[in-house]
Design a binder for this molecule. Structure first.
Ligand code: ADP
Ligand code: ADP
Length: 237
């Protein structure tokens, strides 16, 4: 069964429909990219997958959005729980102005995932390892995260998302604020992470979609115009 099953999903801001009647399955452990020009609805779409649009008062979502068979907009469960299951990484790295350790430990603390300091330490280490950052930061876990390079900050944000054991990670233009070397590291990380997570990426870069994703979906003015296996889209006939 798919991870997400979307049926006739539309999203409006007031009277303007930004996402128009989208139906799509997102498979378990796939990396799927959504591409399209600025303003076509990519961010709006991504943000309804973990109800991040809820904070925008004029924003209305209709249709069915099933996560593992449960409609996330009908669920009685807390959105905080939903956002741990469906984590998010933003365009601009946004670590808290706290230590590297505290950035990663924050979620597990809130969600009660560790009873002891030693358990928390273990989660922090494992998350930093999965984000390919452990060797770079293990000797300075107390350093303030905002002093790291942009690429390190973005991988820290990925570690922060991983720390609460999500099933899905949403990434909104995760590399567009990074230099080419940092971009390559994050892309490599995304490819490795697909073994453990379902990853949904918004990007304006076809090249990036081709490098990291199994499938690529195209938006145009709020419509989903095409979804294809990435190797079919980018291979000459
Ligand atoms: P991007 O193209 O990278 O998604 P935008 O500059 O379009 O970035 O949007 C940045 C922020 O402004 C987002 O939080 C988005 O929700 C908000 N935004 C975009 N368009 C509008 C609008 N017409 N009215 C109010 N807020 C908007
Ligand atoms: P993209 O991510 O592809 O650049 P967005 O999802 O940011 O597209 O925007 C899609 C449409 O929704 C645009 O017309 C944008 O102006 C509008 N929009 C986005 N955020 C808001 C908002 N907070 N309030 C009103 N309109 C918005």
């Amino acid at each position: 069964s798919p991870k997400f099953k979307l049926r006739n999903v539309s999203v409006s801001y007031g009277n303007d429909r930004a996402i128009k009647d989208i139906s799509l399955d997102i498979r378990r452990n796939e990396v799927i990219s959504f591409i399209g020009p600025s303003g076509c609805g990519k961010t709006t779409f991504l943000r309804c997958l973990n109800r991040m649009n809820d904070s925008i008062e004029i924003c209305r979502v209709t249709g069915k959005l099933m996560l593992d068979g449960e409609d996330i907009y009908q669920s009685k469960k807390d959105v905080v729980e939903l956002r741990a299951r469906v984590g998010m990484v933003f365009q601009k790295p946004n670590p808290f102005p706290k230590s590297i350790y505290d950035n990663v430990a924050y979620g597990p603390k809130i969600h009660g995932l560790a009873n002891r300091k030693s358990e928390l330490d273990e989660i922090v280490e494992n998350s930093l390892r999965k984000a390919g950052l452990w060797d770079e930061v293990k000797d300075r876990l107390d350093a303030v995260a905002t002093g790291m390079s942009g690429g390190q900050q973005q991988r820290l944000c990925i570690a922060r998302a991983i720390a609460v054991s999500p099933e899905v990670i949403l990434m909104d233009e995760p590399c567009s604020a990074l230099d080419p070397i940092a971009t390559a590291k994050v892309e490599e990380l995304i490819s490795e992470m697909s073994e453990s997570y379902t990853i949904v990426i918004v990007t304006h870069s076809m090249q990036q979609a081709a490098r990291v994703s199994h499938r690529t979906a195209y938006f145009h003015m709020g419509h989903l115009v095409e979804v294809n296996e990435t190797n079919k889209v980018f291979t000459a006939p």
